[in-house]
Design a protein around this ligand. Structure first.
Ligand SMILES: Cc1cc2nc3c(=O)[nH]c(=O)nc-3n(C[C@H](O)[C@H](O)[C@H](O)COP(=O)(O)OP(=O)(O)OC[C@H]3O[C@@H](n4cnc5c(N)ncnc54)[C@H](O)[C@@H]3O)c2cc1C
Length: 333
């Protein structure tokens, strides 16, 4: 089993780089990207806290209130507070502006009704960063009227139903909300500013370390075995090492841009396209070289990577969509 995809449910962690609580003031030491990369390179289980590290903590620093930072960042720093992403809906994936989950103003807060889907790890997480419509669609301005909320996953009216993968794994969920109450202090950022905020969050997501390093333990295992002569040497390995090195450097450069509050949407999209394609190609090369004589531990690792391969280029926005984004920003369409 590829440990990288495992969920850790308890325990503390020590990493180089991350979000630090210095006497109640939050700041970034190294970056969440560094922290995630270090654990990813070691093949350690990161799925439980990668959403918090990669996109929620920097989004809280960018748009959160002081109260929200104090409520969530210490738990994220300790690796004890897990977040899920509530963007996709049954009829709204690539076209997020078509989201139909709606939030209606009530006394002291909002009531939210709708369905989110493909919600990774909602069954293991504490809170959901949810995108909802707070005013009706304006066909002239489709991206207006969206807002974000931090929703406790044990809220009354919220149901989490598993969606199992073909291999039996439970990663995805459908999250249904039936008039779930969210108090005013859990409104994230500004009402009506959801599109801008979610686009910024996706910038953090798309350039995150696991967009380049998900299958790094497979690459390392392949190199070891080819080095020892257990598998035949293949020049494709060298090409993949070069590609993963380039993608990793680009991911770190984008993290630096984001940390300096500079725009990096297009660069993040490029990292996601190049990084996730490389991750998948690593899985394929290893699969090509594995047979009945390969040790069972490595074979399992490769099989897990192959099982997860289709998701690499889909999650966080499909590579087809991202190529369109890149082309548009380069003035090619
Ligand atoms: C492993 C994994 C984890 C995920 N985790 C989460 C999560 O935690 N939270 C969450 O909210 N979502 C999550 N998702 C959902 C993911 O964000 C969506 O699957 C993705 O945005 C695509 O949306 P869709 O599935 O509705 O496909 P669609 O938008 O219906 O697209 C179907 C196909 O059509 C193509 N397509 C659509 N529009 C265009 C276009 N304009 N130009 C060219 N091609 C187009 C797409 O590229 C795709 O191949 C996850 C997905 C995966 C695979």
């Amino acid at each position: 089993m590829l440990s990288f995809f495992c969920w850790r449910s308890s325990g503390r962690r020590t990493v180089q780089g991350g979000y630090c609580d210095r006497g109640g003031r939050f700041s970034v030491s190294g970056s969440g990207n560094d922290a995630g990369a270090n654990v990813a390179l070691a093949g350690a289980p990161v799925a439980a806290h990668w959403v918090g590290d990669r996109q929620i903590a920097p989004s809280l620093l960018k748009y959160g209130t002081e109260g929200q930072r104090h409520a969530f960042l210490p738990g994220i720093v300790r690796g004890e507070r897990f977040f899920a992403i509530g963007m996709s809906e049954p009829d709204s994936g690539s076209d997020l502006a078509s989201a139909r989950t709606r939030a209606v103003r009530v006394e002291d807060g909002w009531r939210i009704t709708g369905t989110k889907v493909w919600t990774s790890g909602a069954h293991r997480s504490h809170a959901l960063m949810l995108l909802a419509r707070t005013s009706p669609v304006d066909p002239e301005h489709r991206h207006a009227g969206l807002s974000q909320f931090i929703v406790d996953l044990d809220s009354p009216g919220l149901t989490i139903s598993p969606i199992h993968w073909m291999n039996g794994e439970h990663h995805f969920n459908e999250v249904s909300l039936d008039e779930v109450f969210v108090p005013d202090d859990r409104v994230f950022g500004e009402i009506g500013n959801g599109w801008k905020q979610v686009t910024s969050e996706l910038g953090f997501e798309r350039s995150g370390p696991e967009r380049t390093l998900s299958t790094f333990p497979v690459l390392a295992g392949l190199a070891d075995r080819m080095g020892r002569g257990e598998l035949p040497a293949d020049p494709a390995l060298g090409r993949l090492v070069a590609r993963i090195t380039g993608a990793r450097q680009m991911s770190a450069a984008v993290a630096g841009q984001l940390q300096r509050h500079l725009p990096a949407d297009v660069a993040a999209a490029v990292v996601k396209v190049l990084g996730t394609t490389t991750e998948g190609d690593i899985a394929d090369l290893a699969d090509l070289h594995c047979d009945d004589t390969t040790d069972p531990g490595f074979r399992d690792l490769v099989q897990t990577a192959v099982d997860h391969r289709p998701g690499f280029t889909i999650r966080g926005g499909t590579n087809e969509i991202l190529r369109g984004v890149i082309a548009r920003e380069l003035g090619l369409r």
